[in-house]
Write a protein that binds this ligand. Structure first.
Ligand code: NAD
Length: 259
């Protein structure tokens, strides 16, 4: 469904972003992978994406907290793969602490990586998308883009921010064939959440299984969302069937935000 399209997926060396890159490649898109990790593993991911798509795959190691590197990544995608048709703003980090103990540098890093990076990347793809009268900006927000939890002030602020940014872009591009939407996952068992489980287990001196139950408490299904379920939504939003979906936020959270 995506043959001839070029997609940039930020933070796609792991978790949700990697699943999205794989779903896009399977549909024939050129894909640019971004994120940190072991160079050999990243190269094998890049090669497997190119093989699956029968198209091109590239990697760029831009740090999403650095605006100049974000611009360089978009320019590299254009040069190596072609004009960017689909941008998935996915890179994200977490830090858990009460506001009065929250390290200022963690606040700054979360706002930069989870929120401002989406502004920078979107800014650099929009001109081309508008000129070609087709484009998709897909922001991976969170249930925490819609509701809050204690001790996650920076993350909740960034995710609420990205839901607002999604809507603003949607209104600006509405008549240009470009679409801007957000996906709001509940808990997905990726390294980002595994760390929270490990920290909780240590903090409360409980088993990993008990910590998992604690994490899943706000999620009515008591099951983790799967990375493939998020990727399927990102793929759908990239198709023609989603042409009139704009400025929307899709909850995939087992009913968390229905409460
Ligand atoms: P993950 O830790 O598995 O992957 C994060 C990716 O971002 C990795 O590829 C990592 O290298 C990359 N990254 C981190 N900092 C970066 C930086 N400065 N520059 C470039 N890349 C960077 O996490 P995940 O769970 O797959 O999270 C992906 C997105 O989904 C995040 O925005 C996260 O907030 C969101 N999300 C996750 C969950 C969940 O439960 N896992 C729920 C809702 C939303």
């Amino acid at each position: 469904q995506l043959a001839g399209r070029t997609a940039v997926v930020t933070g796609s060396t792991s978790g949700i972003g990697r699943a999205i890159a794989q779903f896009f490649a399977r549909e024939g898109a050129n894909v640019l992978v971004n994120g940190f990790g072991d160079a050999k593993e990243i190269e094998s991911l890049r090669a497997s994406l190119a093989k699956e798509s029968g198209a091109k795959a590239a990697y760029h190691g831009a740090d999403m907290s650095k605006p100049a590197e974000i611009e360089a990544m978009i320019r590299a995608a254009e040069k190596e793969l072609g004009p960017v048709d689909i941008l998935v703003n996915n890179a994200g980090i977490q830090y858990v602490a009460p506001v009065d103990e929250f390290p200022t540098e963690k606040w700054d890093a979360i706002i930069a990586i989870n929120l401002s990076s989406a502004f920078h990347a979107t800014k650099h793809v929009l001109k081309g998308m508008k000129a070609r009268r087709w484009g998709r900006v897909i922001n991976i927000a969170s249930a925490h883009g819609l509701v809050a939890s204690p001790n996650k002030s920076a993350y909740v602020a960034a995710k609420h921010g990205i839901v607002g940014f999604t809507k603003t872009v949607a209104l600006e591009v509405a008549e240009t064939g470009v679409r801007s939407n957000a996906i709001c996952p509940g808990f997905v068992l990726t390294p980002l959440v595994q760390k929270q489980i490990d920290d909780l287990a240590k903090q409360h001196n409980i088993t990993a299984a008990a910590a998992k139950d604690m994490i899943l408490a706000p999620q009515p299904t008591k099951e983790f969302v799967k990375i493939e379920e998020i990727a399927a939504m990102a793929l759908y939003l990239s198709t023609e069937a989603a042409a009139q979906i704009n400025g929307a936020s899709f909850s995939i959270d087992g009913g968390w935000t229905a409460k």
